[in-house]
Design a protein around this ligand. Sequence first.
Ligand SMILES: *Cc1c(COP(=O)(O)O)cnc(C)c1O
Length: 490
Amino acid sequence: MSDDNAREAPGTVDPSGRSRYDQARYVRNGQYEPLLVEKDRTRVEIDESPLPEDLTRDDLELPDPSEPELVRHYTRLSQMVYGIDSGPYPLGSCTMKYNPKFTEDVASLPSALVHPDRSEESIQGTLEVLARLQEYLEVIGGMDAVTLQPPAGAAGEFVGIRVAAAYHEHTDEGQRDEVIIPESAHGTNFATAALGGYDVVSLPSDEGGRVDLEALEAALSENTAALMLTNPNTLGLFERDIETIAEMVHDAGGLLYYDGANLNALLGRARPGDMGFDVMHYNVHKTFATPHGGGGPGAGPVGVVSELAPFLPEPRVRNADGGYELFAPEHSIGHVHGYQGNWLVLVKAFAYIARVGDDGLTDSSAKAVLNANYLASQIEYDVPYGPFHHEFVASAGEQDAADVAKRMLDYGVHPPTTKWPEIVPEALMTEPTEIESKETLDQLAAAFNAVAEEGAEILESAPERTTARRIDQTSAARNPRLSWHALEEE
Ligand SMILES: *Cc1c(COP(=O)(O)O)cnc(C)c1O
């Protein structure tokens, strides 16, 4: 960690260097809020502590704000952050779907707070919820068995590929050492295959942005362990030849892996299992309205066809003699997570699916697709490819996609994912999700179109209206300033 960097990084909100205008401004509209430690502190005397004297401190200096000052402090802090509660969040591929508040209520129920070490008999309700979630996911994905254990989509990929590897070894096909992945795929697919011990064979896209069948034919061999596909793919395009693709992969003795990150485009309408996929993960935070990981707990359940079920991680949950029990599949690849997975995330996915039901899921995929296509039709940037499913990729053309993203913040909206997938130059990968109204989409389109007309000078100095300005992202990532003390020492 370099102190020089910490001092110079623009966008760090250092109160000492701010102009009078800036100081006046934060007072006016809460743009900058000092931390509590920066505020006036007074020595707080704790004379009535019930704790023994040698366990209490009397040298504590703490701010002593009045109630409205304290409320304002946290309100202003919340206003320095952009979140889904502030406005649209069209990060393509990440699916910043809304997490309904009621799922938080469900996860906060006292009865949801179950210690995982309790005996099976005493957590029958928990096990029933998990068993029913397994069933929901089986039906939704067209899979025969599901494990709820993996803690994220990427972890689900790894489990799925380990399960595929165990299957190949079990059937004396352990020589299969290649995984084929389209060049438009998410980086985690390549990482998963490599981490799983496979050589990655990269598959070029055809002119329409889909799997090139001739290239696939050439890539398949007796070394093929699996083809990993996202459908609709990361350009938002449905692989129309999916049945042919599945046949080709299976004829070569390989397995077909479904990256479920884009499942929200198909919910209630099409199922990976029916398309010929053998193994898939579900990103519950992208499809079933549970909070995005962001470093916190997530869940990436994995579904498989019956041939692969004996290899799933343990424990799984099943219905037995009118009750529920945990069991280890016959050739299980073992434990991939403590206990039954991230229960409080899973219970939210369960609550969401149970609440919206079949009609709600079908409605959500319809609106996700409608919103993406409507927004794509309203923006002035070039949008190659299409028609789209839940997301589209526009090109910023002569502009730098990262500048576009920064500038959009000034218009009060969150920008799309940028610069990926790389097959579209200066990509603006946009996914409005099903929750946004036409009014919000029009506002988003207006922001895109206003930025499209702006020159380099404005773009390169954006954002102007956010608390943190143009941040040196490389330095911020390489030399993070992790504590406030660095500033105090200056
Ligand atoms: C998000 C994403 C992943 C990884 O999922 P995480 O849950 O974030 O680990 C994999 N593939 C695609 C296409 C994605 O968008």
